[in-house]
Write a protein that binds this ligand. Structure first.
Ligand code: NAD
Length: 440
């Protein structure tokens, strides 16, 4: 099938590459010319396991193309995906300007019946707004003869495993009330639907809300565990034991119940915020969601408070080795990363940071490269040199079994602040470390 994807970000690029891989003829379009030129030269804008090979292979095979020419891109596709950003507006609601701009572009260029599939995370009612925008442009063009439909197909990929999530989705949510649109989307995703039925068809509004409900549920689990971790500390319990204890109940499960330094990234924070905003617009007090958000905002400072506590509030002139920068492992995404809140607090109090991350160095350089109180180190060991203590903020695999003797040798004092509970406190004590973690 001929497919057009608007937006070459985490969602659009992965979606485009995966659809090309299963044989569709895909054109990805973006307004960022540099990104498009880079992709044509094999330079992939983001880090995602398996993505580079997939993009290069399908680009060479001619099934995946990149362009900034939106007019010809629209003419290419039987289906038009919208996968552009929906960042928070100043008031926390989702900013729909990019989605609606794409709707206009599509409307200005279609010549045949077209199915617009929205993959961006958007508030309930956005498909109606897209429909209105397209209809009004078609009216201005004098082309009210052209038919179109707008479906919702929210994306559930996780950064860090985006390719495999798209190749092997748990479910494919399709919001449409038109049988012909459902049929086209079923065709599009048929290779993913062979093993068992993964497509769940529903009305558009329910599909739009399903995406927010999923992210808010996951954020709730994290904030819940972080709240319990503070209680565990005060009560002399160990949150890791509590996690195992409750995770064994299949109604709760082991996923997403780690206490830590809070959730970040481009989705949970903005989606929780956006659903709170939607509730406000409906005069409904989303008390649970508001608590989830404020617990998370506070949790991002927990490790910093522990550091201040350890140094009696005086960290001026101290140097901290920091392992991990991205908001979670296996991505280079720094959006809303807890590391940023931590580093900014350390700098504000006169401390220096020596940081290492397996993938997010370039992105961090772009954001903080100008700072004199900050160095990016080539390895995690180099970050330790001349540092007063070590802080771990992202749970990359390569941080989980360090050479502790070397860590001790390199640091000025054997002190580890662990924002992800990677190690056993008893073992760390035995190894001679002062070990500060979360909820234990
Ligand atoms: P992103 O910021 O990585 O990419 C968006 C891309 O859209 C950018 O390259 C931008 O230049 C491009 N763009 C903006 N306006 C455009 C236009 N008019 N025409 C063409 N391209 C345009 O965003 P993302 O992380 O891929 O997220 C996209 C959407 O998917 C968001 O709504 C997000 O909430 C949702 N989502 C993201 C994830 C994730 O893990 N990142 C997962 C599920 C859903």
């Amino acid at each position: 099938m001929k497919v057009t994807v608007f937006g070459i970000g985490y969602v659009g690029l992965v979606q485009g590459a995966v659809l090309a891989e299963i044989g569709h003829d895909v054109v990805c379009v973006d307004v960022d010319e540099q990104k498009v030129r880079n992709l044509e030269q094999g330079i992939i804008p983001i880090y995602e396991p398996g993505l580079e090979a997939l993009v290069k292979e399908n680009y060479s095979a001619g099934r995946l193309k990149f362009t900034i020419d939106s007019a010809s891109a629209v003419k290419h596709g039987e289906v038009q995906f919208i996968a552009v950003g929906t960042p928070p507006d100043e008031d926390g609601s989702a900013d729909l300007q990019y989605v609606l701009a794409v709707a206009e572009t599509i409307a200005n260029n279609i010549e045949n019946h077209c199915i617009i599939i929205n993959k961006s995370t958007v508030p309930v009612g956005t498909a109606d707004k897209v429909k209105d925008r397209v209809a009004s442009v078609l009216f201005q063009r004098g082309r009210t003869d052209l038919s179109f439909d707008v479906a919702s197909n929210p994306e559930f990929l996780k950064e860090g495993s985006a390719v495999s999530d798209c190749m092997r989705p748990d479910r494919i949510i399709v919001g449409t009330e038109q049988a012909s649109t459902e049929e086209v989307i079923r065709d599009l995703y048929a290779p993913f639907n062979r093993n068992h039925e993964k497509i769940i068809v529903m009305d558009v509004r329910s599909a739009e809300l399903t995406k927010y409900a999923a992210n808010c549920m996951l954020a709730t689990k994290i904030s819940f565990m972080n709240e319990i971790s503070s209680l565990a500390e005060m009560l002399g319990a160990d949150i890791e034991m509590v996690r195992k204890g409750i995770g064994s109940d299949p109604r709760i499960g082991y996923h997403f119940i780690y206490a830590g330094s809070g959730y970040g990234g481009s989705c949970f924070p903005k989606d929780v915020k956006a659903l709170i905003k939607t509730s406000e617009q409906l005069d409904f007090d989303a008390i649970l969601l508001k608590s989830v958000e404020s617990r998370n905002n506070d949790q991002k400072s927990v490790i910093f408070r522990k550091i201040m506590n350890h140094y009696d509030g005086d960290i001026a002139g101290k140097t901290f080795a920091l392992w991990g920068l991205s908001f979670k492992p296996n991505t280079d995404d720094m959006r809303e990363a807890p590391s940023r809140v931590l580093m900014e607090a350390l700098w504000k109090h006169g401390a220096n940071v020596r940081a290492f991350d397996p993938e997010a160095m370039e992105e961090t350089q772009r954001i903080y490269g100008h700072r004199k109180d900050f160095s990016l180190c080539g390895t995690k060991e180099e970050a330790l040199k001349d540092s007063d203590s070590l802080i771990i903020i992202t749970e990359w695999q390569s941080f989980k079994a360090p050479d502790f003797e070397q860590v001790k040798d390199q640091l000025k004092a054997p002190v580890v602040f662990d924002g992800r509970n990677l190690f056993d406190p008893k073992v760390m004590l035995k190894k001679g470390f002062t070990y500060v973690s979360i909820g234990r």
